[in-house]
Every structure is written in structure tokens, then in C-alpha cells.
Design a protein around this ligand. Structure first.
Ligand code: ADP
Length: 297
């Protein structure tokens, strides 16, 4: 029911006392290797909630690619759309310092080779999906091709991360466009003034059918082009351990709920519970809750 089109990365994480300067070597902790990337994360998050989910992505013909395929299959994601080869699997090299701050270098690798042609070859996947969800860790022209190939009646959800200005054609297809404050600022392309309600209004002017602004511990805000005003979605009070992947879990849950016929505010309220559950555990994919865990929250 849900098709996620996006990135798959191997996250290589090392704890360090401090970051090396140019020409310097520092010793770090043992390496931790995790499946990641926004596309792969969203697909796992949706499948764990019970959604019938497929992933359209590209990985390398290498050990990291196999790790990603295994983690998708373990979560119950349909991997028929995961293409293999063309470049090494995408990698995020992450150092974490004692204060918990990350420094990240991303090598897009195979994600950068997920081409418009790959979307054209996968139109059958688009046709069996009620909702298609995308992010921007793959080439923008590939996202444009998704929008062009979208069957009548299939809903398109975009989290523009990492953010960049978007063509009108893509904006007009979003229902909703899901952004945090930073992403909203880049998409609006200037100063973000006033309240989140004002940001939502500024985003709607650009053409999406609806907008969701995520506000971390403050929850979220939804607004739609077809209705006046906006609706606040309360957050759930939890002990935050690690917010990595919360946005991906939120987006996946929202996309899936919309596919089941939920209206936007209701889907966002459910997604906020899923995002809150995801911050109570360390890591990204391992922190994503099942439907039972969301209900128990
Ligand atoms: P992103 O990771 O994309 O910046 P947010 O941090 O806004 O996204 O998180 C997405 C959603 O996850 C939020 O809208 C909220 O519902 C939930 N969430 C995130 N952090 C917390 C938190 N500390 N407490 C409760 N819910 C949270």
C-alpha cells in the first residue's frame, strides 16, 4: 500500500573524545554499523507498524548493500524494487563526541545513481501503491520523475531532506509536504517569520495541497490548501533518549495512515505518537515501534 522511494545508507558510527583537525589522527571507539538512510528508515518504520510496504532504492553490490537488503526483509519490506549495482552503497561516516553532537560525512554512492530511468522501469510498483513517499537523498530529477509517473489518485508525500528549493511541479504534487523548521526555511527561501502557523501559510503559497510542520518535542502543525487556518497536533510527553530517525518514523506513519483513509490531522496525531515512541530508544531503525508499542504509549 505504501511505496517509499529514497535512499539506503550504511551508517558507520565511531565515538570520539574530540574531532581530528586537518592532518591529525585520533583514536575512537569500536565501530558501530547500522542500516540507515531516510528511504530505508521510512520503509522499516512503516512495515513495523504493520503497513504493506515496498522500497524503491539503489544499493551497491557489496556487504553494505546486503546489510540493507537483510534489514528491509527482516522488517517485512518488499525489496523487489531495490536495485543493486552501479556504485558502492551509500555511506554515512558519523563521529559522535561526548556531548552527543554528530559530525557526518555522507557518500551518496548508489543513491546518487537512482535515476529517472529506474522510476520508469518501476511504474508497476507505483500503480499498486496508494501512497508514495520520497525524500531528497536521491537525485531531484528522480523525484521529479516519480511525480510525473504518479497514477491518478495516488497520494504523494515528500519530506524534503536534505532541503533545497523545489520546482513547482514537485511542490504541487505534495499532499502533504512535511518539513521541520530548518527545511521550511530553505524551501521558503528567505526569512521564516512569525509563528509555525505563519510558516505553514508561507509554504502553502508555494503550491502544495497540504503542509505538515514538525516541531520536535512541541509536536506538529497541519494546514491544507482546501481549508482555512491550521491545526496543532500535540506531542506525547516522553523521556527523550535519541531523536535520530524520529522524523523518518513520523513521515512513514503519516504516509501509511493517509493510505488507510485517515484525514490529515488524525494521521499526524498518530504519527506524533510514533515519533515520540522512536525518541525513547537509541538508534534509528532499531528504535521504531510496533503498532502495539504505539498503543501502549
Ligand atoms: P526531524 O527529525 O525531521 O527534525 P522532529 O524532530 O520534528 O523531526 O520530530 C518529528 C516528530 O517526532 C515530531 O513532530 C514529534 O511528533 C516527534 N518527536 C520528536 N522529538 C520528540 C520529543 N522529544 N518528544 C516527543 N515527541 C517528539
Amino acid at each position: 500500500d505504501l511505496l517509499v522511494v529514497g535512499s539506503a545508507n550504511a551508517d558507520l558510527v565511531i565515538g570520539v573524545e574530540r574531532r581530528p583537525g586537518a592532518g591529525e589522527t585520533v583514536l575512537g571507539s569500536d565501530l558501530a554499523l547500522h542500516p540507515g538512510g531516510k528511504g530505508a528508515n521510512q520503509a522499516v518504520a512503516a512495515a513495523r507498524l504493520g503497513a504493506r510496504t515496498a522500497l524503491l532504492a539503489r544499493v551497491g553490490d557489496d556487504a553494505h548493500g546486503r546489510l540493507l537488503l537483510d534489514s528491509q526483509r527482516d522488517a517485512g519490506v518488499d525489496t523487489v524494487g531495490v536495485l543493486v549495482g552501479g556504485a558502492p552503497t551509500g555511506v554515512a561516516l558519523i563521529t559522535v563526541d561526548p556531548s552527543g553532537d554528530n559530525s557526518i560525512v555522507v557518500s551518496p554512492g548508489a543513491n546518487g545513481r537512482l535515476a529517472p530511468e529506474d522510476i520508469r522501469s518501476a511504474t508497476s510498483l507505483l500503480h499498486v501503491s496508494r501512497v508514495v513517499s520520497a525524500q531528497l537523498e536521491i537525485p531531484l530529477e528522480t523525484v521529479v520523475e516519480v511525480v510525473r509517473r504518479l497514477p491518478e489518485g495516488t497520494r504523494f508525500v515528500l519530506n524534503p531532506s536534505p532541503p533545497r528549493p523545489l520546482p513547482e511541479e514537485v511542490l504541487a504534487a505534495c499532499d502533504p509536504l512535511i518539513v521541520n523548521e530548518h527545511e521550511a526555511r530553505v524551501i521558503v527561501g528567505g526569512d521564516l517569520e512569525g509563528t509555525p502557523e505563519d510558516w505553514a501559510r508561507a509554504l502553502l503559497v508555494l503550491g502544495p495541497r497540504s503542509v505538515v510542520v514538525t516541531l520536535g518535542a512541541e509536536g506538529a502543525l497541519v494546514a491544507s490548501a482546501s481549508a482555512e487556518g491550521s491545526t496543532r497536533v500535540p506531542s506525547v510527553k516522553v523521556e527523550a533518549v535519541d531523536t535520530t530517525g524520529a522524523g523518518d518514523a513520523f513521515t512513514a506513519a503519516l504516509a501509511w495512515k493517509l493510505g488507510t483513509g485517515a484525514e490529515l490531522a488524525g494521521a499526524a496525531a498518530y504519527a506524533a505518537r510514533v515519533g515520540a515512541a522512536a525518541v525513547t530508544k537509541a538508534g534509528a531503525q532499531v528504535s521504531f515501534p510496533t503498532a502495539e508499542e504505539v498503543a501502549a504509549l
